[in-house]
Design a binder for this molecule. Structure first.
Ligand code: PLP
Length: 457
């Protein structure tokens, strides 16, 4: 049954003769187009066997075109972040400054001085570019940039403590997102974990006791709690106290800051996030932090500290395995320059978002509400909270103004917005879909409003 009709289906060769199919070949290549034509014909054959009519050529081409577009569409693509989480790990963490993007574009277009000393006309060092700036900004003697902070911690522990003991408070044996757990990284580095104190309270005397009884300790490690907070009955020695204790025993202190701020978050009404400069000044031998958290640059792991401890890291084989690429180094250098020029709160998007005044956010929210209402979308402006994210300032929020859409099925609306082009990621709060202007870049505003208006229609 239907075999008569099946014979009416055109062959792949016949379809390739169509001008419209040649258009697909030009756009997607011969091999992909032939493959998609076969798949379309296979599917149609099944449908015809089930009693469907043989489609027109134009319909076959249209189906093939959709198939190709969906199959070859990039899956890593920009989205509009309307969640109000500034350093959103799932959405690519820090958006980059204009200068950082331009620097990355410039070195990607052709050749660069990545490992070339122009003056001498011979081989140079790739990490030099950012190191000089990092030392100037943080007061450290030496610096090194690797691929990410997990790599920085692994490299430092491996080089400084392999086969030896590392002392850390039980309250700091944290797991951050993405499977990074301090005890497991420690095991991977070959260092032995020596836990001191308790989950909520660890005193200096706990460290002292352990240092008296353990033979082969290489390092005292302090790790940022990252994305959780211990509240209530808690205690932890300060970094200067740990450094002083370490000095008594001839031991360096390593500080894994995680986010690693170069500016003081307290000036924006937030709690004080530990700053890199503070750890360096307190005498930490090695300080590690991310490039794409509060620094607001590209993905990188940054190590700063005392030359005696940082320099040997550069010569370890792991440093080669974890090395940063030219795009990262170009973007990082441009980002660091914003701090040196005291323009980070205007130029670095993460800091601009943190620093945006509530009145400014309210103005934007009202503007959105007006535009949406004009498009027939019932929108309201309500009070809300943004968060910094990126493993910094857990539990801390910034007051914001949200544009709320009161619809019957906010989850369905959220899904439709995620399917828009560009996709919009929003938040659902108290059964309403809410959009936070704080994390939406000004140049994304129009597309966001267009997407919401179209979806609500
Ligand atoms: C985020 C974080 C890391 C890992 O940094 P990545 O740059 O994501 O590799 C390590 N330690 C702490 C405390 C962190 O918060």
């Amino acid at each position: 049954m239907g075999s008569e009709k099946l014979r009416q289906l055109p062959s792949v060769d016949r379809l390739l003769g169509e001008a419209t199919v040649q258009g697909l070949v030009a756009a997607y290549g011969h091999r992909q187009t032939v493959h998609a034509l076969r798949e379309t014909l296979d599917a149609v054959r099944d449908e015809v066997r089930d009693g469907a009519d043989v489609p027109e050529i134009a319909a076959l081409v249209a189906r093939t075109s959709v198939r190709l577009r969906e199959h070859l569409a990039p899956t890593l693509r920009p989205v509009i972040n309307a969640t109000g989480v500034i350093i959103h790990t799932n959405l690519g963490r820090a958006p980059l400054s204009t200068a950082a993007r331009a620097a990355m574009e410039a070195v990607s277009r052709g050749y660069s001085t990545l490992e070339y000393d122009l003056q001498a006309g011979r081989r140079g060092h790739r990490t030099l570019h950012a190191e000089r700036l990092l030392c100037e900004l943080t007061g450290a003697e030496a610096a090194l940039v690797v691929n990410n902070n997990a790599g920085a911690v692994l490299l430092a522990l491996t080089r400084l403590a392999q086969g030896r003991g590392v002392v850390i408070s039980r309250g700091q044996l944290v797991e951050i997102g993405g499977g990074f757990r301090i005890p497991e990284v420690m095991a991977q580095s070959g260092a032995h974990l020596i836990e001191v104190g308790t989950t909520n309270r660890t005193h200096l005397r706990d460290y002292e006791r352990v240092l008296k009884t353990h033979e082969d300790v290489a390092l005292i490690l302090r790790a940022h709690h990252s994305n959780f907070r211990i509240v209530g009955f808690t205690a932890e020695p300060t970094l200067p106290e740990l450094v002083a204790l370490g000095a008594e025993h001839g031991l360096p202190v390593m500080d894994d800051l995680g986010s690693g701020a170069l500016l003081d978050t307290a000036q924006f009404g937030l709690a004080h996030e530990p700053m890199v400069q503070e750890s360096v000044a307190a005498g930490a031998a090695v300080v590690c932090f991310s490039g794409d958290k509060l620094l607001g640059g590209p993905q990188a792991g940054i190590i700063v500290g005392q030359a005696e401890y940082v320099e040997p890291l550069k010569r370890h084989p792991l440093a080669r395995a974890l090395r940063a690429d030219k795009l990262c180094l170009a973007g990082l250098q441009a980002t660091l320059l914003h701090y040196l020029k005291d323009e980070a709160t205007e130029q670095v998007p993460v800091w601009r978002m943190i620093a945006t005044e509530l009145a400014e956010i309210e103005r934007r929210a009202r503007r959105w509400r007006r535009a949406l209402r004009r498009a027939g979308v019932p929108a309201e402006v309500v009070d809300g909270e943004s968060t910094v994210g990126g493993g910094s300032l857990p539990g801390e929020t910034l007051p914001t103004k949200l544009v709320a859409l009161d619809v019957a099925h906010p989850d369905r609306l959220a899904a439709t917005l995620r399917a828009a082009d560009p996709p919009v990621v929003a938040r659902i709060e108290e059964d309403r879909l809410v959009l936070d202007p704080r994390t939406v870049l000004p140049e994304e505003e129009r597309e966001l409003l267009r997407a919401v208006s179209e979806v609500m229609r």
